[in-house]
Ligand binder design. Structure first.
Ligand SMILES: Cc1cc2nc3c(=O)[nH]c(=O)nc-3n(C[C@H](O)[C@H](O)[C@H](O)COP(=O)(O)OP(=O)(O)OC[C@H]3O[C@@H](n4cnc5c(N)ncnc54)[C@H](O)[C@@H]3O)c2cc1C
Ligand SMILES: *[C@@H]1O[C@H](CO)[C@@H](O)[C@H](O)[C@H]1NC(C)=O
Ligand SMILES: *[C@@H]1O[C@H](CO)[C@@H](O)[C@H](O)[C@H]1NC(C)=O
Ligand SMILES: *[C@@H]1O[C@H](CO)[C@@H](O)[C@H](O)[C@H]1NC(C)=O
Ligand SMILES: *[C@@H]1O[C@H](CO)[C@@H](O)[C@H](O)[C@H]1NC(C)=O
Length: 667
């Protein structure tokens, strides 16, 4: 579409905007022309601005600017104040806008049913200004509910068949992959037995395709006091990408990927990718493969690189070489809580640049795009296996754990390789043995010959123990082939499941007594039913990377464990509480003395001292930046920096679901 049409200013006519009912509406353009209001005629409230961030190929960015606001104001559009920037001078301090903002930051975020919840007319105006991008939430499972207006048996069957695939949830505006936090309402599998409710789903989502829509949503949420959430793919394990009564900014469709052969910053010179906020790990890896480079992302293809992954630090199969995902960032384009669109880099908005790299998602603003390093193509070798113990296998549990301890004991040595040892251990039930799946143990830059020599001492020990194991070796001359062939496809959206995690520092390996005590404690926790998804790796900060807000506990960790448990469907009351307390207080309580840090993206939503655990020594500085950048606490997510000022009404102190009003904690 021509840029010109976006810049056209519109006068909206008509008293009512029932935008979901499809009634004929008209709009009057600045030329006085009256035309029907629909997606083809309604020009978004955007200004075409040439981005100056990149001198090789200027990108046109559609922005909300003071000029657009001035035009809309000149046309006496009702409620246009709701879309103004925070630095707008309100002529009358007691204006409706000022009152609403005060109400919003006073005690609770505006909630459906509140006197100041926006009217249909106001939501309609918002929809028109965003170019028809507003979506009223219909939970993904609603098509499975016969008494629901959108029942569709074929769509329902399709959603159920693909429920555990991340793509099913990525392409839905509000679905999240930990349904626990939306209250497991409207699950497609329960269509014939329960009712579909909104639960912890947002009330509305804005489908973002350009910057101005993010700006409109941020300004609107701030002036009306709405709870604001950001959803990219919905992978978050702590319930951070949903929230009842909220407006959600849905960034999934920002899919642009550009390869730059040479980018120069004060600390870096080399190839890079410019990626939109919706680009996933799989999409980035494909682009890297095509351009003969290695990109840094996680192991699961659906995770959003420029969304929660980089915001939370982000660990990668190549972290031993290049550090965290957040260490790759050269610059970020972000809409701040005041509605302004800025670039943060080593030379501009440097405090934000520090905070946005690892200081957590949905805290300082909405990232729209970023530039990240690309690294040379490399070789990758390693091994995978599945080993079981107990009944019907050649391994007794005793031998299984002796072999495991022998492996764990070498973690400090392997971390130097630099290794990516990614495996999971599960108890198969009381007395029924264990299953250990290595998927994979891999070393970037190492040949298979060297890898085999590296693992020989351990495998010799195992053979002497009588341990039964069969490794499958591999070697590839690029990351993409290693990743596509030797990494599992991960199932998502399981019900009744919660995670917690711990980062164990290298220093423990210097003290054999402490190390063995840790091993025994982890073994005990796994025997009691906790899953253990373990990573042997060390994402130290490469020397040339500028300092960042990423969790300081990551830097000396050589063993990262995700623990957690599931429980029976329908578990309620004291029994449900007991499971939750076991994870946070008992299992994590016993491991916390060895590893005070946890990973905020795969951590415990009830982590008692989340500031230290998820951000380490960076917490205080992150908090002071948060207070400065977001004085109204527009952004809130559980365990995010500064989040302890707010609490969701009615949630118990042992599990925070995203259901209820978000209210200020009185103090
Ligand atoms: C199956 C699976 C595998 C995983 N593998 C890895 C792995 O290998 N390595 C790793 O480090 N992590 C991994 N994770 C964790 C993953 O990094 C986090 O869940 C991450 O938060 C996902 O980000 P997202 O944007 O895709 O998800 P979302 O749930 O959409 O968002 C996560 C958080 O980021 C915020 N956010 C999203 N986009 C933006 C934005 N543009 N601006 C501001 N805030 C934003 C959201 O509000 C939310 O708080 C995995 C998770 C799953 C479920
Ligand atoms: C503002 O309105 C004027 C006159 O209608 C128009 O020429 C101009 O392009 C508009 N500017 C923006 C940023 O919308
Ligand atoms: C609900 O019942 C109908 C009719 O028996 C059946 O066809 C359908 O598969 C059921 N749906 C679910 C989600 O179980
Ligand atoms: C790909 O990258 C490798 C390592 O940098 C280099 O040796 C090789 O020549 C490149 N191949 C092509 C086709 O550019
Ligand atoms: C061991 O395996 C046998 C045969 O499969 C089974 O009958 C028995 O219940 C198992 N015992 C345990 C403790 O799982």
């Amino acid at each position: 579409m021509a840029v010109h049409s976006f810049a056209r200013t519109l006068l909206l006519a008509g008293a009512a905007f029932p935008f979901t009912q499809g009634l004929a509406q008209t709009i009057k353009t600045s030329d006085g022309e009256v035309v029907p209001a629909d997606k083809t005629t309604v020009a978004p409230a955007a200004d075409a601005v040439v981005s100056t961030n990149d001198d090789t190929a200027p990108a046109v960015v559609l922005q909300l600017t003071d000029a657009v606001i001035a035009n809309l104001t000149a046309h006496e559009l009702s409620d246009i104040d709701l879309f103004k920037f925070d630095d707008t001078d309100y002529e009358d301090g007691s204006s409706e806008v000022a009152k609403r903002t005060t109400a919003a930051v006073g005690s609770c975020k505006t909630y459906p049913g509140d006197w100041n919840w926006p009217s249909r007319l106001t939501w309609g105006l918002f929809d028109l200004l965003t170019g028809g991008a507003l979506i009223e939430t219909v939970p993904i499972g609603a098509v499975c509910y016969p008494d629901n207006g959108v029942y569709d048996a074929a769509k329902c069957a399709d959603i159920i068949a693909h429920w555990t695939e991340s793509a099913t949830h990525e392409r839905d505006p509000t679905s999240v992959m930990s349904p626990l936090y939306q209250g497991e309402t409207c699950m497609p599998q329960n269509g014939n037995s329960t009712k579909c409710t909104l639960g912890g789903f947002p009330s509305y989502a804005v489908k973002i395709t350009s910057v101005y829509q993010v700006q409109l949503a941020i300004n609107f949420a701030r002036t009306t006091g709405l709870r604001l959430v950001v959803k990219n793919t919905g992978h978050d394990f702590l319930g951070k990408s949903c929230g009842s009564g909220s407006l959600s900014i849905w960034t999934h469709n920002l899919k642009s990927i550009k390869f730059r052969k040479s980018v120069r910053t004060p600390s870096y010179s080399g190839p890079a990718f410019e990626i939109g906020a919706g680009v996933t790990v799989g999409e980035l890896y494909e682009a890297a493969n095509k351009n003969n480079v290695t990109a840094v992302g996680g192991e699961c293809k659906g995770v959003g690189v420029a969304g929660g992954y980089v915001a939370g630090g982000g660990h990668s199969p190549v972290s031993g070489l290049y550090g965290l995902g957040s260490d790759q960032v050269l610059s970020l384009d972000v809409v701040l809580p005041n509605g302004r669109f800025v670039t943060a880099s080593e030379t501009q908005n440097t405090e934000l640049f520090w905070a946005l790299r690892g200081g957590g998602g949905a805290t300082f603003g909405v990232v729209v795009s970023m530039t990240i390093k690309a690294h040379p193509r490399n070789i990758f070798s390693g091994a995978t296996w599945t080993i079981t113990s107990g009944n019907g296998t050649k391994n007794s549990d005793e031998v299984f754990w002796k072999a495991m301890f022998a492996y764990w004991a070498k973690f400090a040595e392997y971390a130097e390789d630099p290794v990516y040892g990614y495996s999971s251990i599960f108890s198969l039930g009381p007395g029924a043995g264990y299953m250990w799946t290595m998927n994979p143990w891999m070393v970037p830059g190492m040949s298979l010959v060297d890898f085999k020599a590296k693992v020989k001492p351990l495998f010799d020990e195992w053979t002497a123990l009588g341990f039964d194991f069969t490794p499958e070796y591999f070697e590839h001359d690029n990351f993409y082939d290693a990743w596509t062939h030797h990494f599992p496809t991960e199932a998502v959206a399981n019900s009744n499941l919660r995670t917690a995690s711990r980062l164990f520092p290298r220093a423990i390996w210097d003290d054999p007594a402490k190390r063995d005590a840790l091993f025994n404690e982890v073994r005990a926790v796994v025997s009691e039913g906790s899953a253990l998804i373990q990573y042997n790796m060390n994402p130290a900060k490469p020397a040339e990377v500028p300092a960042s807000g990423a969790n300081s506990h990551w830097r000396d960790a050589i063993w990262y464990g995700i623990m957690g448990a599931g429980w029976a469907p329908g578990l309620e009351g004291a029994e449900l509480e007991a499971v939750q307390r076991k994870i946070t207080d008992n299992w994590m309580g016993r491991l916390r003395p060895y590893g005070p840090g946890g990973y905020l993206n795969e951590g415990d939503v009830m982590e008692p001292d989340f500031g230290d655990a998820f951000f380490g020594t960076n917490y205080d500085r992150l908090l002071s930046i948060k207070r400065k950048v977001d004085p109204h606490d527009l952004f809130w997510a559980p365990t995010a920096v500064g989040s302890d000022r707010w609490k969701i009404d009615g949630q118990p102190d042992w599990l925070t679901l995203q259901i209820g009003k978000l209210c200020k904690v009185s103090n």
